[in-house]
Design a protein around this ligand. Sequence first.
Ligand SMILES: Cc1cc2nc3c(=O)[nH]c(=O)nc-3n(C[C@H](O)[C@H](O)[C@H](O)COP(=O)(O)OP(=O)(O)OC[C@H]3O[C@@H](n4cnc5c(N)ncnc54)[C@H](O)[C@@H]3O)c2cc1C
Length: 398
Amino acid sequence: MSANGSAVVIGAGVMGSWTARWLQRAGLDVTLVDAHGPGNSLSSSGDESRVTRSAHGLDAHYPAWQRRSLDEWRELEARAGERLFLQTGVLWLAHDEAGMEADSQATLTRLAIPVERLSPADLATRWPQLGIDGLAWALHEPQAGVLMARRATAAAARDFAAAGGRLLRAHVQPPARPAGTRLGRVRLADGSALEADAFVFAAGPWLPKVLPDVAGYGRLAVTRQEVAYVAPPAGDGRFDEGRLPTWVEYGAAFYGMPSIEARGVKVAPDRPGPMVDPDRLEREPSREALAAVREFVRIRFPGLAGRPVSESRVCQYESTPDAHFIIDRHPEWEDAWVVGGGSGHGFKHGPAIGQYAAALVTGNIATAEELGPPDDRFRLGNRSAAGAGLRTAAAERA
Ligand SMILES: Cc1cc2nc3c(=O)[nH]c(=O)nc-3n(C[C@H](O)[C@H](O)[C@H](O)COP(=O)(O)OP(=O)(O)OC[C@H]3O[C@@H](n4cnc5c(N)ncnc54)[C@H](O)[C@@H]3O)c2cc1C
């Protein structure tokens, strides 16, 4: 595609906003359309915070994308003039010697990404507010932390608009099958149409509704996920940012972060819930999830035992069968691309996802090769959930 072409990006979540920005940087005239606005509360990018960490077991591609993305987030933070990243550190609480944490230590050491190995005694000394029952050891990533997700998504979309991009509030209708091999236009709910040289569908958990044939529920599992914030005791600052790191305990399928901006300590069960429709999902917390949070807190953060939940959020994962994202051209329409399948770990990678997607759309082979993974993990291909089963390994999330 020529540098003065045009593109429409559908979805101003983290993936769409960054894709739009990179397409714009490549010289395209870009329209970014969202039904509810960037970082809205129904979207997967709309929670307050998301973990950004390098560890990903033996995989070396995601750590590289995380580091590259973190640089972009920090540059955006400087341009936006508001806090988007908090270097809380991320602590991996391991139940066993071998496993994801040990694999990550080996990989990150090889990649020269700083990590430290801590014994339970080290943990008790450094963070006495953390209960150490059942822990074999911990891996600490001091340079990792938290992205202020809703704020960061809105900042990315604003950055795009400030550079001349068109940000539109509209609902794109599922496209009818075009006569040829080009989509050419998408229709909006008011009957008008947007024409462009290229279309990027980055509709997050709505992808199965917008493109049921290629990103339908057979390929994406859209599941209900819950997050709770627990209020520390009055006068107790031990659980605040700066005093407690972000933590992930795969063995217990929980993760969370310190109390940021006095919101409360975030504690999230990390098991995929039932399938949901993001347009109909009631965002009220379930008794079961809150009970599980209280029980977990009693063991891991005894100082928070019995403390009330100050806030909660209900969101959705849009997971592929193998937890790898989808970044690929539509199989039938040569001018359309699909970007999504965040699978519970996509937020942090937004800048790299957007850059890679934009390189594919514009045919920038050098950048696509430089950024791309060593395999075909992001292809739509035959990654059908049918038969393969949804891989729910907690090791792929956060
Ligand atoms: C509870 C939870 C915890 C998570 N934790 C982490 C974490 O710690 N670290 C991490 O890296 N990732 C995490 N993730 C994953 C991450 O948040 C998602 O992968 C990411 O936000 C997905 O972004 P997206 O842009 O694909 O989708 P979304 O943010 O959902 O954006 C899609 C957008 O498309 C718009 N849209 C949809 N359909 C249409 C249409 N027809 N017309 C116009 N607009 C439309 C929507 O309004 C929405 O704004 C977590 C996710 C959840 C739910």
